[in-house]
Design a protein around this ligand. Structure first.
Ligand SMILES: Nc1ncnc2c1ncn2[C@@H]1O[C@H](COP(=O)(O)OP(=O)(O)OP(=O)(O)O)[C@@H](O)[C@H]1O
Length: 222
C-alpha cells in the first residue's frame, strides 16, 4: 500500500468554522489509477491537498509509504514530498521562457540529488517514452494544450515519485487532448507502476479508471 488515510476530518475557519471533509478513509495501492469525482464544492481539491501533504491542518491519520506524515517536521515533510509525490494541475504552469526540456528538469534541479547531465538524460528519456523526442528544445508555450499537459506529466515524473496527485488534469482540454493525457496517465500506472490519484468531473475518465470514488458533501461514498 502506498497511501493510507484514516478518519480525515477537515475544517475551515472562513467565514466561520465549518467542516468540509467528514471521516474520510481511503487507501491507494501501487499501480492504481484512482479518480475522485463529485459536484463542485464536494471537497475533492481539499482532500487532494491533504493526501499530497500540502495541507497538514487536519484531524486523522495519513501514512505514505508507512510514514505517518504528522510525525515529520515541516522541512522533512517538504523533502519527503519532493521525493515521493509528483503534481499535475489543471493549468500546467510550465514556464514559458524555458524550453520543454528545462521545464521537465526543474523539480530535479531543485531537489539537487543528481548531476545536471543525469537529470537531462532522465528528462530526455521521459520525452522519448511519451513520443515527444522532437520537442525538447521547443518553447513550452508553443505546444498544444495536450502536449503542454504531457510535458507537465513528464515534469511530475522527473524525480521518480511513487505517487502522482492530479487536480483536474484534463479540465482545460478538449476531448482529443483529454484522451491523450488520460492514456498517458494510464500508461504510467501500467508500465511504471506509479499510483495516480486525480480529481475529475469527466465521466469518461472516472468510469475508465481502475477505481472511482464519489465525494458527496465531504463524505466519500465507496
Ligand atoms: N481556504 C478555504 N477557506 C474556506 N473554505 C474553503 C477553502 N477552500 C475550500 N473551501 C470550501 O471547501 C469546500 C470544498 O472545496 P473544494 O475546492 O475542495 O471542492 P471541489 O470538490 O474540489 O470543487 P471543484 O470541483 O469546484 O474544484 C467548498 O465549500 C469550499 O468553499
Amino acid at each position: 500500500m502506498i497511501l493510507k488515510a484514516q478518519h480525515i476530518n477537515k475544517f475551515f475557519e472562513d467565514p466561520k468554522r465549518h467542516q468540509v471533509l467528514h471521516n474520510v478513509s481511503l487507501a491507494l495501492n501501487p499501480g492504481e489509477l484512482v479518480s475522485i469525482y463529485g459536484e463542485s464544492g464536494s471537497g475533492k481539491s481539499t482532500l487532494l491537498y491533504i493526501l499530497s501533504t500540502l495541507d497538514t491542518d487536519f484531524e486523522g491519520s495519513l501514512q505514505i509509504h508507512g510514514q505517518e506524515s504528522k510525525t515529520l517536521s515541516s522541512l522533512a515533510l517538504t523533502n519527503f514530498r519532493n521525493k515521493h509525490i509528483g503534481f499535475i494541475y489543471q493549468f500546467h504552469y510550465l514556464l514559458p521562457e524555458f524550453t520543454v526540456l528545462q521545464n521537465i528538469m526543474l523539480p530535479a534541479m531543485k531537489l539537487g540529488s543528481k548531476s545536471k547531465e543525469e537529470i537531462k538524460q532522465d528528462a530526455l528519456q521521459l520525452l522519448k517514452e511519451m513520443g515527444m523526442n522532437d520537442f525538447a528544445a521547443r518553447s513550452a508555450y508553443k505546444l498544444s494544450g495536450g502536449q503542454q499537459q504531457s510535458v507537465a506529466i513528464a515534469r511530475a515524473l522527473i524525480n521518480d515519485p511513487t505517487l502522482i496527485v492530479a487536480d483536474e488534469p484534463t479540465g482545460n482540454l478538449d476531448q482529443k487532448n483529454t484522451d491523450i493525457v488520460f492514456d498517458l496517465l494510464k500508461k504510467i500506472t501500467r508500465e511504471k507502476g506509479k499510483t495516480v490519484v486525480m480529481a475529475t468531473h469527466n465521466p469518461k475518465i472516472y468510469q475508465n479508471s481502475h477505481r472511482a470514488i464519489e465525494m458527496i458533501d465531504g463524505v466519500v461514498r465507496l
